[in-house]
Design a binder for this molecule. Structure first.
Ligand code: SAM
Length: 233
């Protein structure tokens, strides 16, 4: 086998492993030594089952899993965080796709996140305006149409508010925002105050805001750049 073919094959293999949300999550597991994983919003567990991590906890008020899993809590994320005592290295937030709830999930997760842990938000890159309209959500879900919700506003707020927070947005599988915790990172206000403050800003944001803000985000769309981001951060 020629060397050219071997390097082409290797490049292709790593590109194939960088398409889906569980590929991105598994890269984080591998490169940041994750052993404790939490997923908020499981649905059928398609992602949960593919994340290769020693300890996994899932939360969903109405999980649709085919096989019951011992570490699945049939609760909303808010109810889960009230009873949780475990700590996590990686939290994947993919529950209720409303910006306030996602911000609440991030702030709650931070209280149980290892200082070198990570939080990932799904659906941060809606492909068109209709897929992020809050009011279209129930109808689109019923018709089995794509609906990302306005999760991008949560990431946009955190990006503006915490410039020291090390983050990127992987442009795969509807957009995966990856936030890296650090021992120096802390939130400034209570969860309620933070949400109230964010809501004031979000009231002025529309689709044009998204397109404009996205230009300043650290967008990543290949496996090698993502590996470098995780290794060098
Ligand atoms: C998009 S699906 C999750 C898909 C799954 N993460 C995957 O990748 O296969 C969203 C899930 O969030 C759940 N959900 C809705 N509200 C929630 C809440 N407040 N807390 C946690 N999960 C919630 C829904 O029941 C639904 O199963």
């Amino acid at each position: 086998m020629s060397l050219d073919f071997l390097s082409y094959f290797r490049r292709n293999k790593s590109a194939r492993r960088f398409q889906k949300r569980f590929d991105i999550l598994n890269s984080i597991v591998k490169l940041r030594g994750v052993t404790r994983y939490l997923e908020i919003g499981l649905h059928e567990g398609r992602c949960f089952q593919r994340v290769e991590c020693r300890q996994k906890v899932g939360v969903d008020p109405e999980p649709q899993l085919k096989i019951s899993q011992p570490q699945v809590f049939e609760l909303t994320s808010d109810a889960f965080f009230k009873i949780n005592i475990d700590r996590f290295d990686l939290v994947f937030i993919d529950g209720l796709h409303h910006c306030e709830q996602v911000l609440k999930d991030v702030l709650n997760s931070l209280q149980f996140l290892d200082p070198s842990g990570s939080i990932v938000l799904h659906d941060c890159c809606p492909p068109e305006e209709a897929t992020q309209n809050r009011e279209d959500g129930p109808q689109r879900i019923q018709k089995k149409l794509r609906w990302n919700g306005d999760v991008w506003k949560t990431y946009g707020y955190l990006f503006d508010e915490y410039p020291d927070l090390n983050s990127c947005v992987v442009e795969r599988d509807e957009g995966m925002a990856v936030l890296l915790n650090s021992p120096d990172f802390s939130v400034r206000e209570s969860i309620e105050d933070q949400i109230e403050e964010a809501q004031k800003r979000w009231a002025k944001w529309d689709w044009g805001t998204y397109l404009e803000k996205k230009k300043s985000w650290n967008l990543i769309d290949d496996a090698e750049s993502f590996r470098r981001f995780l290794k060098e951060s």
